[in-house]
Design a protein around this ligand. Structure first.
Ligand code: DSN
Length: 500
């Protein structure tokens, strides 16, 4: 028994030591393989994924050689790109500075606090009266977080109708379908522009608000070329006991530079994206008031209680870990708002938009509201006998990017009669004065060509595209205009990395 036991022990022991050797060898091997695996996984994008890198380079070339006139786009700074491509992308930090659900957030906390502080400074806000949540991933999540924070499920919200220049998240629905989650989970009622003037009809808004009694009214636009009357919005909100939320996504750069009225004086909450006129990263910020809200008719002080509600709506309500690389990029973009060059840039954005509007008007195009005070204008193409889709298509074919848009009085959002044009991106590349006249000239040539093609093709977009690509004379005209646009555009510098 004993010797058998010894034998078994010995066998096991031998087996054990052999096993140890085997395991150790495998481990060493793994470490070696791991090393080389990590190394090869860490290669530059251009070495590890030339197929994707090639597509990115092509997009860069498209951006450089075209004229970018989508009013919500811009070319961000090198500092922002460097934050976006930094190690901050690696870190989880659910929670707020000082109250995280993960360790290792010493520097992440400092970065987020810096982004909050600079966001307030950018708009000259006192930290006693305002707070900022810099975690929303973009504008739509920021808006939805506000609604879930302060409006109960199926509570009432009013926003500018999408076809009148509002944003999807302001509650868009059609007679057939609830389109935006805002209209699915809350009861939304649109307010409108006056179809003759293209201007927001504040009297009608008041009448509807008195009937609808919303908990929240949104003062914000996606395509509207005039400054909003925030004072009037606030009076209407006070009349019906609603909160006022300004969505300043489009104009947040202009507001920071003081070239358009600020929504902060009258609003309870302000949301914004940070990548449009502000020129930051794709991200979002919610500003909320703190302190005294009002004194009621019994003389009692009613305090704001937005801070916790909004912070908790963002996380854990709607989002997970904040995107720290974006938050750092917001911090550096907000810092830039304090530079004199930023103010000059924003002034030029508006000057360029005004010049573009008056140039197109001089060529016979109808500009909704008769011009612009901001970075954006809306061209009504009904009198030019073109649709927004046909105009957008031909402009893209000659390397001018813009988007089709409904104009006041349009019956269908699917077949809009206008195009929206913006100047933030062109201004970033340095276009001024006479350059804008050249852009007007290019747009006019393209639209006149579109009309010729449309006369030949008839009303259908599919036939129009077909004629545009098959008719030899149109093809030559199109190619030559495209070449001129690209030669012109390539003269202007592009911020960011050279190739990508
Ligand atoms: N998609 C943006 C715009 O173009 O206005 C708004 O989020």
């Amino acid at each position: 028994m004993f010797s058998r036991a010894r034998l078994i022990y010995k066998q096991n022991h031998l087996l054990g030591s052999n096993l140890k050797v085997v395991i150790r060898k495998a481990f060493l091997n793994q470490v070696k393989m791991g090393d080389s695996a990590v190394k090869s996984l860490n290669a530059n994008l251009w070495d590890s994924d030339p197929e994707l890198f090639d597509l990115i380079k092509k997009e860069k070339k498209r951006q450089c050689s075209g004229l970018e006139m989508i009013a919500s786009e811009n070319f961000t700074s090198m500092a922002v790109l460097q934050c976006l491509g930094s190690c901050l992308s690696n870190k989880y930090s659910e929670g707020l500075p000082g109250q995280r659900y993960y360790g290792g957030n010493e520097f992440i906390d400092q970065i987020e606090i810096l982004a909050q502080k600079r966001s307030l400074e950018a708009y000259n806000l006192s930290p006693e009266e305002w707070g900022a949540n810099v975690q929303p991933l973009s504008g739509s999540p920021a808006n939805f977080a506000v609604y879930t924070a302060i409006v109960e499920p199926h509570g009432r919200i009013m926003g500018l109708d999408l076809p009148d220049g509002g944003h999807l998240t302001h509650g868009f629905f059609t007679p057939q379908k609830k389109i935006s989650a805002t209209s699915m989970f809350f009861e939304s009622m649109p307010y409108k522009v006056n179809p003759d003037t293209g201007l927001i009809d504040y009297d009608e808004l008041l009448k509807t608000a008195r009937l609808f009694r919303p908990k929240l009214i949104i003062a914000g636009t996606s395509c509207y070329s005039r400054a909003l009357d925030y004072k009037r919005f606030k009076e209407i909100c006070d009349d019906v006991g609603a909160y006022l939320m300004a969505d300043m996504a489009h104009i947040s750069g202009l507001v920071a530079a003081g070239v358009t009225p600020s929504p902060f004086e009258y609003s309870d909450i302000v949301t914004t994206t940070t990548h449009k006129s502000l020129r930051g990263p794709r991200s979002g910020v919610i500003f909320f008031r703190k302190g005294l809200r009002k004194v009621n008719n019994k003389g009692e002080m009613i305090m704001y209680d937005l801070e916790n509600k909004i912070n908790q709506a963002v996380f854990p309500g709607l989002q997970g870990g904040p995107h720290n690389h974006q938050i750092a990029a917001v911090a550096t973009a907000m810092k830039q708002t304090k530079e004199p060059a930023f103010i000059k840039y924003q002034q030029q954005v508006v000057a360029n938009a005004k010049r573009l509007a008056s140039g197109l008007e001089a060529k016979g195009y109808k500009i909704v509201t008769g011009g612009t005070d901001l970075h954006v204008l809306l061209v009504d193409l009904r009198s030019a006998k073109l649709t927004g889709s046909k105009a957008e298509y031909i402009l893209e074919e000659v390397s001018i990017a813009c988007n089709k848009n409904t104009v006041p009085g349009d019956k269908s959002a699917l077949n809009p009669s206008g195009i929206r044009l913006g100047t933030p991106a062109l201004t970033t590349r340095g276009l001024i004065g006479r350059d804008i006249d050249t852009v007007v000239h290019f747009i006019d040539r393209a639209l006149r060509l579109a009309r010729e093609i449309s006369e030949k093709s008839g009303p259908k977009l599919v036939d129009y595209k077909n004629v545009l690509h098959t008719d030899a004379i149109f093809k030559v005209k199109l190619e030559s205009l495209k070449e001129e646009v690209e030669q012109f555009s390539n003269q202007f510098p592009m911020p960011g990395y050279k190739e990508y």
